[in-house]
Design a protein around this ligand. Structure first.
Ligand code: GSH
Length: 221
């Protein structure tokens, strides 16, 4: 059987999320680069894969998918859960609903704040602009509110966001948080929340996370 294909490269956060799930389940996959310099992502071939002209796109035989979290769910459903990895808690409607809730928190509340800081600190200067400190301050304030909720949640679960074991909801935080933590100014934001910091450090020990972290940096992983 030919390996699944991931269109887009590892340094893109939403691509990294998909790679993390493939690594977690030990699937064979092929990465197909999409040349942003040539605007290949907005060309007809890629628009047929992802109508929004974004990465990732994902192909498994006749199935073409976009939206990184939907791709992750597909991968995790396709590869049966094991005792080591039941990252969606499939089979238990209440437990899987809790994973869904925290995955939505990541997508709809956490990522927008971290993304805004990333854009101002990294993307705007790379394009020759001045970061908007007001946007950064507002985003960091919103992030602190979210992290305070995480701190209380992690105290209650004594482990991960959806319970005592890791789930997709935790792993989905990895790509943007990794870039965020590389910005020295932002490290103290996390440092104020000891359980969140311990949770992040636990995530960093996972082999899948280490491998994708190296791939994001351009290493072989
Ligand atoms: N919600 C989408 C997902 O989770 O897959 C977001 C995809 C996305 O924003 N991809 C970025 C992209 O392709 C790279 S990380 N940006 C180029 C563009 O939007 O034109």
């Amino acid at each position: 059987m030919s390996p699944v294909k991931v269109f887009g490269s590892a340094p893109f956060t939403n691509v990294a999320r998909v790679l993390l799930c493939l690594e977690e389940v030990g699937a064979d996959y092929e990465i197909v680069d999409v040349d942003f310099g040539d605007r290949e992502h907005k060309g007809p071939d890629h628009l047929a894969r992802n109508p929004f002209g974004q990465v990732p796109a994902f192909q498994d035989g006749d199935l073409m998918l976009f939206e990184s979290r939907a791709i992750c769910r597909y991968i995790l459903r396709k590869h049966r859960a094991t005792d080591e990895a039941n990252l969606l808690r499939e089979g238990d409607p209440s437990e899987s609903a809790v994973v869904d809730a925290w995955l939505d928190v990541e997508a709809l509340r956490y990522e927008p704040s971290v993304h805004a800081v990333f854009v101002q600190r990294r993307v705007v200067p790379a394009l020759g602009g001045e970061p908007d400190e007001r946007v950064i301050a507002e985003s960091v304030a919103r992030l602190r509110e979210t992290l305070a909720v995480y701190e209380a949640r992690l105290e209650a679960t004594r482990g991960y966001l959806a319970g005592g074991e890791v789930s997709l909801a935790d792993l989905s935080h990895f790509p943007y948080t990794r870039y965020f933590m590389e910005m020295p100014y932002e490290v103290p934001v996390f440092g104020a929340y000891p359980r969140v910091t311990a949770w992040w450090e636990r995530l960093l020990t996972r082999p899948s996370v280490r491998k994708v972290a190296a791939m994001m940096s351009g290493g072989e992983g």
